[in-house]
Design a protein around this ligand. Structure first.
Ligand code: TXA
Ligand code: MG
Length: 375
């Protein structure tokens, strides 16, 4: 067994050294496999791996060649920076200029977990990661496989979501295989992502920290620990940035998370939305129509006539299932998708910027902010 493992690692090392692309190795999540994956990353290769948010596409964060391979494999524009993952809190200090007091409190409360903090970068971080900005995003994932991989690779790991740029983030092994098989060195096969939404991003370089991407750690959870924060106006106003505008977080300007068919979101009471979608279905009977709904509205639509996909029944379930369902529409070749709005789900917080806001941030972006109000 050990001989086989050594042979695999040697072959990969040779392939990496020769800049050849080996077939993508599918690895389990046992310690021996994680050790192989760690060697691949340490040697400059790319490994996709599970985290609690979404799957990540990892490379050695201290190696500029690895970083450029990540951009190439994803087809990602080079002005959209990558975040850096650590496997132990002791890895943080050398990567950043300073750790503000409020960041220390958040680290105590939420690391490891689904939160990325933006700091001024140290000289160790190559500019290729930060798209030539002076700041870097750092995340300490909670997922065991992710943490073990970072420790096994013995370097911090740069990892964007492991999807082709513009596609919904991958929340299962099959999504990653679908997008990146043949383009990277290995994929570690783990469970479906626990949260299913990418980490919350908070810019800690400002006196009043600014939320740049909402996620499973919400505004009120953060404010409970450090007091008031700001929500980036781009998030609040639901603005879809044009390419010509310089964004605060470069990721904000690209259309994201999109299935092949265009999505229209209908906002209003369930009754009115059902009626409106049904009437559009009648008008567009020549099209293959997909409907994105929740469990309680599912039965209003005939599954023999339409592709009806339910995201579930609680906002946590919807967050976990959303990207998966968006990807499922691609398999059915629908021409157009009509979606319910999930802002109204009660997660018990009475908070405008709760998990519902994070979920709708992704769905709104997937639709290119194509939202119709029917109330
Ligand atoms: O949950 C996650 O964060 C996943 C898993 C794999 O950890 N990663 C992830 O990475 O979602 P990515 O690259 O798909 O999204 C990171 C976002 C991008 O929108 C990028 O623009 C923003 O973080 N970002 C990275 N560095 C930044 C910086 N220095 N300042 C502002 N935004 C930054
Ligand atoms: Mg992404």
């Amino acid at each position: 067994m050990i001989h086989v493992l050594v042979a695999v690692v040697k072959n990969i090392s040779i392939a990496v050294a020769n800049n050849m692309k080996p077939d993508t190795l599918i690895l389990d999540s046992d310690d021996a496999s994680i050790s192989i994956a760690g060697d691949i990353i340490n040697n400059g290769g790319l490994v996709a791996f599970p985290t609690e948010t979404v799957y990540g596409l990892g490379g050695n964060a201290l190696n500029s060649t690895s970083i450029s391979k990540i951009y190439k494999a994803k087809g990602r524009p080079s002005d959209n920076p990558l975040i850096v993952h650590i496997g132990d809190i002791s890895m943080l200090k050398p990567l950043v200029k300073e750790i503000p007091e409020k960041a220390k409190l958040l680290i105590d409360a939420f690391f490891p977990g689904p939160l990325t903090l933006i700091f001024y970068k140290s000289e160790l971080i190559p500019y290729e990661i930060t798209a030539f900005k002076e700041t870097v995003g750092i995340r300490f994932p909670q997922n065991d496989i992710a943490r073990k991989l970072i420790l096994a690779s013995n370097v911090p790991i740069a990892a964007p979501s492991a999807n082709i740029s513009g596609k919904p983030s991958p929340t299962s092994f099959s999504h990653v295989k679908n997008d990146l098989d043949g383009k990277i060195d290995a994929i570690i096969k783990g469970d479906d992502s626990f949260f299913g939404l990418e980490s919350t991003i908070l810019d800690m370089t400002k006196d009043v920290p600014v939320m740049l991407r909402p996620g499973s750690i919400t505004k009120s959870m953060i404010e409970h620990v450090i007091g008031e924060i700001e929500i980036s106006s781009y998030l609040k106003d639901n603005i879809f940035l044009e390419d010509s505008i310089v964004p605060i977080a470069p990721g904000m300007k690209y259309k994201h998370y999109s299935p092949n068919a265009s999505i229209t979101i209908f906002k209003g009471s369930d009754e009115k939305v059902v009626k409106e979608i049904k009437s559009l279905c009648d008008k567009n009977s020549h099209l293959k129509i997909g409907i994105l709904t929740d469990d309680k509205n599912k039965d209003f639509f005939d599954e023999n006539m339409f592709t009806v996909l339910s995201v579930g029944n609680t906002i946590t379930e919807i967050g976990k299932n959303l990207f998966n369902k968006l990807r499922e529409f691609d398999k059915t070749n629908v021409d157009i998708i009509y979606s319910f709005d999930f802002q109204k789900y009660d997660d018990g917080t009475n908070d405008d910027f709760d998990l519902n806001f994070s979920v709708m941030n992704r769905l709104n972006k997937a639709s290119g902010f194509n939202i119709i109000i029917v109330d």
